[in-house]
Ligand binder design. Structure first.
Ligand code: NCD
Length: 311
């Protein structure tokens, strides 16, 4: 098998060789999107199930389109109209789906660790983590790394500021693991109430002052304040949040001139990012979405062992 694991669960334990293989495979797949017929027969006859217990716009459609571009069959399992509402557990749901012989289950779940549980339960198929609670979102970090590499050529020594609601963000955690592995200088920034202490131990610098995070930054990654995961008040008001941590054109002056602005989406305009910046010249937010397709094609392809004969 070209990857070291049958599953893609998180970036934390992933060897750098796997990360590099996914990124280089994605690079070769990106060209397919420019063809008049955006489809190759590579995964014909293979089945994939999208099992999403949480809302998603980009990730779910990205996995679906990626699978279709590789000619795999993909089922979008609809949790809201399934027997989950009748009390069926995640494990039972997955066992039943596995009995229909899919090769991959792509799981998004509100509980941290859910994909690891399925990886232990499902003997036959591969599990891809599409976001587990506040824990990891590996394909997002991979597509973010791809986007940075596309713009900057290398990740080593870049200053990357990750700003916003760090506590509730699986994107911040997966990116911190990945970018520090690849030699970036990661700065974590947000209100003290929204930064877990552990981030200092992951090799990132932590600051509560946006100016310090933005100073000479090469990459700025803005994050949404995840209201749906917050059951207490972490900051006084949206207006105050934007004043202290929102990214405006004026604030951008502190960054390097060629800095890029990233956001995993969904963006909340006027809360963490000014619309001018989100839509401005430095923004690569929609490029991230485009690159997500190539990265997910690479992940599906490599997990199915399709690269074996070439390696
Ligand atoms: C993120 C997620 O769901 O973790 N979005 C995404 O997958 N692109 C971030 C978020 O919800 O804010």
């Amino acid at each position: 098998m070209p990857l070291s694991s049958r599953h893609l669960l998180g970036i934390e334990g992933m060897p750098i060789g796997d990360i590099e293989l996914i990124l280089s495979t994605a690079r070769s797949f990106s060209e397919i999107a420019t063809r008049p017929i955006k489809k190759v027969p590579t995964l014909r006859g293979r089945s994939i199930i999208n099992l999403f217990y949480e809302a998603s716009t980009r990730t779910r459609s990205s996995f679906e389109i990626a699978a279709k571009r590789l000619s795999a069959d993909i089922l979008n399992f609809s949790v809201s109209t399934s027997s989950v509402g009748k009390g069926e557990t995640l494990v039972d749901t997955a066992r039943n789906l596995e009995s229909m012989s899919p090769e991959i289950i792509v799981l998004r779940h509100q509980a941290a660790g859910a994909p690891w549980l399925l990886a232990e339960t499902c003997r036959e198929c591969s599990i891809v983590n599409a976001g587990d609670g506040m824990h990891e979102h590996p394909t997002q970090a991979l597509l973010d790394a791809y986007t940075i590499l596309e713009r900057k050529g290398s990740i080593r020594d870049l200053k990357v500021a990750i700003v916003g609601d760090i506590s509730h963000s699986r994107v911040a955690r997966s990116n911190t693991y990945l970018l520090t592995k690849m030699g970036a200088r990661v700065w974590i920034c947000g209100p003290p109430t929204l930064i877990p202490l552990e981030f200092g131990q992951l090799g990132a610098a932590v600051t509560f002052h946006l100016e310090e995070a933005l100073a000479d930054a090469d990459v700025v990654m803005m994050l949404r304040t995840q209201r749906e995961r917050q059951n207490e008040v972490f900051f006084p008001s949206v207006r105050e949040y934007f004043r202290l941590f929102g990214l405006s054109r004026e604030r951008m002056r502190a960054t390097r001139e060629d800095a890029i602005i990233m956001h995993p989406g969904p963006i909340n305009r006027g809360v963490e990012i000014d619309p001018d910046v989100a839509d401005g010249d430095h923004s690569v937010i929609l490029n991230q979405v485009t690159n997500g397709l190539a990265v997910r094609m690479a992940v599906l392809y490599l997990l199915l062992g399709a690269g074996e004969e070439e390696s």
